[in-house]
Design a protein around this ligand. Structure first.
Ligand code: CAA
Length: 387
């Protein structure tokens, strides 16, 4: 067993850390208040290849492995989790499914501009009435002379405002109401209408939109087989969840760093608060839980790199890392006391940002369902009511 990163992985991690420290972290509070980061930041990330880390060089990427990508997400999220999710959705929820399931022509057309950061990708699965029960989506795609007439509405679409391509899921078999009968399409950003910009508790520097679609997409825009798109959504989320777990680790690490520094400086009753066992135990628990989460994340990423099943490992990593991040960012506020509750320190932002990692790319309840199905075997469980 090998616990060392390779020289290449360490190099990419260092590039991301340096960029995050210089170009993101100093501005993160400002972007949180302004509800956005400047578009030029994405050009700065694209320059050393951070918008296509694990995309092969022949398709415009940096040609590194999935572990390297995960390390980048942790570093970016440590500086600003909103930037982290922007890159996560762009990469693992848009670029990678096109690479994995697209035709040669789709890969050639869409992947290089995404990997170069000329376009920022989106993933459009969720609808107002279909969140955890993603298979009940109602956006429809019906065959017409020119291709597919796609009509419906999608909700909480990260990155939609950037105008790049979306992997969009629509029902192609109107006779079904479950995960069967859904297909995946690549839709141009110009083919959707942004109907709302979401106001969120955290992740304010990232953009989240509701969208409407009523357009015809060409036959060549379907990814994978007709009526089997839900598998693409699930396989995409298997990898995406590892990315969100890395994001959670990055947020928790940032909170730990601030809490540790503060504990060594702040004095009460004539001593640094780090001298008190009450604070030492908090910091010890934080450090231990961050380590445990990071190891789960790296194991899941390694399995993915090895081409081995990673559904259960990814769900475990996301479940543990996200709940850990929520717990430990709250503990960081506690270490800072009243200061932690103010905007003078970034820990209140970390706490707000951490919460979403328990919700998106599958709630903690869905992760437990995925793990339970894996360890018990689906047929052993009470069947979901058939519709
Ligand atoms: N890989 C490949 N295929 C899979 C799979 C996987 N991990 N899991 C399931 N499938 C396949 C099944 O084999 C089945 O295929 P067939 O129809 O060919 O037999 C099909 O997918 C349907 O599977 P299920 O019967 O298990 O589907 P279900 O309706 O019971 O739902 C679920 C399963 C796990 C609850 C799923 O609906 C789910 O993951 N829900 C959560 C949705 C989610 O995570 N949304 C995130 C939105 S994106 C986002 O958040 C991005 C962002 O902004 C950051």
């Amino acid at each position: 067993m090998e616990f060392e990163l390779t020289p290449e992985q360490r190099e990419i991690q260092a590039v991301a850390r340096e960029l995050a420290t210089a170009e993101i972290e100093p501005y993160a509070s400002e972007w949180d208040r302004a509800h956005g980061f400047p578009r030029e930041l994405l050009d700065k990330l694209a320059e050393p290849g951070l918008l296509g880390v694990c995309v092969p060089e022949e398709h415009g990427g940096a040609g590194a492995d999935f572990i390297s990508y995960i390390l980048v997400l942790e570093e970016l999220s440590r500086a600003d989790a909103g930037v982290g999710v922007t890159v996560a959705v762009h990469t693992s929820a848009c670029t990678l499914p096109i690479l994995a399931f697209g035709t040669d022509a789709q890969i050639a057309e869409f992947v290089p501009p995404l990997a170069h950061g000329e376009q920022i990708g989106c993933f459009a699965l969720t609808e107002p009435g279909a969140g955890s029960d993603a298979g009940s989506l109602v956006t429809s795609a019906s065959e017409v002379d020119e291709g597919w007439q796609v009509s419906g509405a999608k909700q909480w679409i990260t990155n939609a405002a950037f105008g790049g391509p979306l992997i969009l899921f629509a029902r192609t078999d109107p006779g079904t109401r479950t995960a069967r009968g859904v297909s995946a399409f690549i839709v141009d950003g110009s083919q959707i209408e942004i109907t709302r910009t979401e106001e969120k508790l955290g992740l304010n520097s990232s953009v989240t939109n509701d969208i409407a679609i009523d357009t015809v997409v060409g036959r060549d825009r379907m990814i994978g087989e007709l009526n089997h798109g839900f598998r693409i959504a699930m396989a995409t989320l298997d990898g995406g969840r590892i990315g969100i777990a890395a994001q959670a680790v990055g947020i928790a690490q940032a909170a730990f760093d601030v809490a540790r520094r503060y504990a060594l400086e702040r004095e009460t009753f004539g001593h640094r608060i780090a001298d008190y066992q009450a604070i030492q135990h908090k910091l010890a628990n934080m450090s231990m839980e961050i380590d445990a989460a990071r190891l789960l994340v790296l194991r899941a990423a390694w399995l993915k790199d090895e081409g081995r099943p990673h559904t259960e490992a990814g769900a475990k990593a996301k479940l543990f890392a996200s709940e850990m991040a929520r717990r430990q960012t709250a503990e960081a506020i506690q270490v800072l006391g009243g200061y932690g509750y103010t905007k003078e320190f970034p820990v209140e932002r970390y706490y707000r940002d951490a919460k979403i990692t328990e919700i998106y790319e599958g709630t903690s309840e869905i992760q437990r369902l995925v793990i339970a199905r894996s360890i018990l075997g689906r047929q052993e469980l009470v069947a979901t009511p058939s519709r």
